[in-house]
Ligand binder design. Structure first.
Ligand code: BT5
Length: 349
């Protein structure tokens, strides 16, 4: 028997744990479940039906008990929590089958007082947001569309650095988990082999001196097939499964990402951006390469060098001057030989 009566959510979590804990294929008796959970056998049966309704495959054998077969490929809170190591990130989860934008929902929850670390996850978005009014295409069943509510004890002026911290943290965690050679592109992109696989959108609510909350929005193409994207995006986009050659488990991936993000967020709050500058150098796809940066006030061309302590991208321009760009979209410029080869290829019949 458990100490104290668990609530509905806890009962489901414990039931799942008990069913899964046994060696694969073992049957757990209804009597044992009823005793451990402190509920009747009919109530156990009702909870099992509830789990099946959420997509779990659980076999029942009259008079013997229940056998766990498989979990659904969904970002269900009880799946995410099972084995999650974080202290605050993802400890409260709001899961939506479909929504317009997890960032919008998280903003709403934050205004209502949701805790630091609350995670909003969706299986699909109808109006996923990118930066500057752009959109994030978010088909169902194949991506990670997440927003974390943060309440950082830092000045509003340094909040943009959270995007850079998250980018390098996600990149390193993805590489640890998949070895796919993910790279970061300043300021908010994740790329593999020259194609975009994920992006970050950080939004803030603050007054002059104090941050009320930050929404860290993350979109990653996990098991996305390119045919689900508009045709103009297909040749510059990829997904983890496409690079990996087989599908990946989204929930396991997410647990690893939350772990890494929490660790690096804490490090950032304690030590600032300094520890991340070297890590950016190791993960960046643009350092040492010729780039073209589209900024609100115009275009700048040069060689990208490093990230400065404010998070700006330092560029050595064609006339040898060093400039730090604080906001813009970076494109790697092909060097003349490659560009020439490409042109010649295109001219061939
Ligand atoms: C981003 O913006 O890359 C930030 C994307 C953040 C999306 C997440 S999903 C969860 C959370 N809730 C939200 O509503 N948003 C966040 P940006 O750098 O502006 O890039 C946007 C551009 O990426 C678009 O204009 C397209 O060109 C391209 N794009 C759109 N969908 C894509 C996809 N699924 N994969 C790769 N590229 C995509």
């Amino acid at each position: 028997m458990l100490q104290g009566k668990p609530n509905r959510r806890e009962t489901l979590d414990i039931l799942l744990k008990l069913l899964r804990r046994e060696d694969a294929g073992r049957i757990v008796s209804g009597a044992l479940l009823s005793e451990v959970l402190g509920i009747s056998r009919t109530a156990v049966w009702k909870r099992v039906k509830q789990l099946r309704g959420r997509g779990y495959e659980i076999e029942s054998t009259p008079s013997a008990g229940y056998r766990f077969i498989s979990a659904p490929d969904k970002l269900l809170p009880e799946e995410i929590r099972d084995g999650l190591k974080t202290r605050t990130f993802g400890r409260v989860i709001s899961y939506l089958e479909q929504t317009d934008s997890t960032n919008r929902v998280a903003g709403e929850l934050a205004r209502q007082g949701a805790d630091h670390g609350t995670l909003v996850a969706a299986d699909a978005q109808t109006h996923g947001k990118g930066r500057l009014g752009r959109s994030w295409i978010s088909p169902p069943g194949c991506g990670l569309y997440l927003s974390l509510i943060l309440r950082p004890p830092i000045h509003p002026s340094v909040i943009p650095l959270i995007t850079l911290v998250a980018a390098v943290s996600l990149c390193e965690s993805l590489n640890l988990q998949t070895a796919l050679g993910v790279q970061v592109k300043w300021p908010n992109d994740l790329w593999i082999a020259g194609k975009k696989v994920g992006g970050i959108l950080t939004e803030m609510s603050a007054d002059m001196d104090q941050v009320r909350h930050v929404i860290l929005g993350i979109g990653i193409n996990v098991n996305l097939s390119l045919s689900r994207l508009p045709s103009d995006l297909r040749d510059r986009t990829t997904s983890l499964s496409r690079e990996n050659g087989r599908p990946l488990n989204r929930v396991a991936l997410l647990r690893g990402l939350l772990d890494s993000l929490e660790h690096d967020y804490d490090l950032f709050c304690e030590k600032g951006f300094k520890p991340f500058r070297r890590r950016w150098a190791g993960a960046s796809m643009t350092f040492g390469r010729s780039v073209r940066v589209q900024m609100p006030q115009g275009v700048i061309r040069g060689v990208a060098h490093e990230i400065d302590e404010r998070g700006g991208l330092r560029i050595e321009t064609e006339n040898g001057r060093m400039e730090a760009v604080l906001c813009g979209d970076v494109a790697v410029v092909m060097d003349d030989n490659i560009a020439g080869d490409e042109k010649r290829k295109q001219r061939r019949p």
